[in-house]
Design a protein around this ligand. Structure first.
Ligand code: DGY
Length: 317
């Protein structure tokens, strides 16, 4: 019997590839590891039964139509906004994602951005590297205190909750907003969205991207924030109106931002680049070797489960 055909769109660790070989006839991208263009993805998927994709592969109706034999998509990400889940269900294609394995690592990174914005970490490092440091002074590169301040979390899911738990060590008051209050959230207080923006010293965005959360943070929300407040986005580009954010950072509407995701990434609004009050990172919140490995392996394990007739581990459609 010929092996089912699998496309892996980006480079994965050798151990992950090894776990799949012998079960699948694999077309991979180990050497180049470049994102596939849409026509390339469609052409490569034409004869495939399985797909191991990433957050940057856009899987829409047109792509699915080009893959008549596709049975299961294992996405190596927790967010699924790049996949048309309804179209997959309509076509009988199962979809899995990678929850849980990245929760703690991603929460750590939200904190890295929060601390970096509060204490002007990248700005201070550049100051030093560029030879501007001529000696100590009382008001040099002063930041704002994290300890004892108020943290607002927009999107209290698994990652939001892990961020909130860390805030206890910093003696923070934690507010959160969700579509509805979380039943078992003891470490944080549910508030209306506007209250969250008004009262928080740090606002961290962890909501999934959807038409409902598109530009959920725009000029109106930024204007509600304290002038001394910092915004951290580890959710998705598109959750924030980046143009409005550039303006808010330029005009001092808010103090600073820490951004791991951008509208239209890998391109980003050029207005961010000259600003010293924004910390910019290239979508790496889940990027530790262990966590990225766990994400790839969970995606692979879902494919193995499907091919071997076992229940999927983390099915979303
Ligand atoms: C996710 O898992 O959704 C992350 O954004 C991938 O890096």
């Amino acid at each position: 019997m010929p092996l089912p055909k699998l496309l892996i769109t980006r480079r994965v660790y050798d151990s992950v590839l090894d776990s799949l070989s012998g079960v699948f006839d694999i077309q991979h991208n180990q050497e180049k590891d470049e994102p596939l263009t849409k026509p390339d993805l469609m052409q490569k998927l034409a004869d495939k039964d399985y797909l191991l994709s990433t957050v940057v592969d856009r899987i829409d109706e047109e792509v699915l139509a080009a893959a008549p034999g596709l049975k299961c998509i294992a996405s190596g990400a927790v967010g699924t906004n790049n996949i048309d889940l309804k179209a997959c269900t309509d076509r009988g294609i199962a979809v899995t994602n990678t929850p849980d394995v990245l929760t703690e690592t991603t929460a750590d990174f939200a904190w890295a951005l929060l601390m970096a914005t509060a204490r002007r970490l990248t700005e201070a490092e550049q100051y030093l590297r560029q030879g501007q440091w001529k000696g100590w002074s009382f008001d040099q590169l002063t930041g704002v205190d994290v300890y004892g301040s108020t943290l607002g979390i927009l999107g209290m899911g698994r990652i939001g909750s892990a961020i909130s738990r860390r805030a206890q060590g910093f003696g923070m008051t934690v507010l959160y907003h969700n579509r509805r209050p979380a039943a078992d959230e003891a470490s944080a207080r549910y508030v209306e969205k506007d209250v969250l923006f008004k009262e928080s010293d740090f606002v961290v965005l962890v909501v999934p991207y959807s038409p409902q959360t598109h530009h959920i943070v725009a000029a109106k929300e930024l204007a509600l924030m304290k002038k001394s407040a910092c915004l951290v986005n580890i959710a998705r580009g598109g959750v924030v109106d980046d143009k409005a954010l550039v303006q808010a950072l330029q005009s001092g509407t808010i103090r600073a931002a820490g951004l791991d995701v951008f509208e239209g990434e890998p391109a980003l609004d050029p207005g961010f680049l000259p600003l010293s009050n924004v910390v910019l990172t290239p979508h790496i919140a889940s990027s530790t070797r262990a966590t990225r490995g766990a994400m790839m392996q969970l995606a692979a394990d879902n494919l193995l489960a499907h091919a071997q007739g076992r229940a999927l581990l983390t099915q979303v459609a």
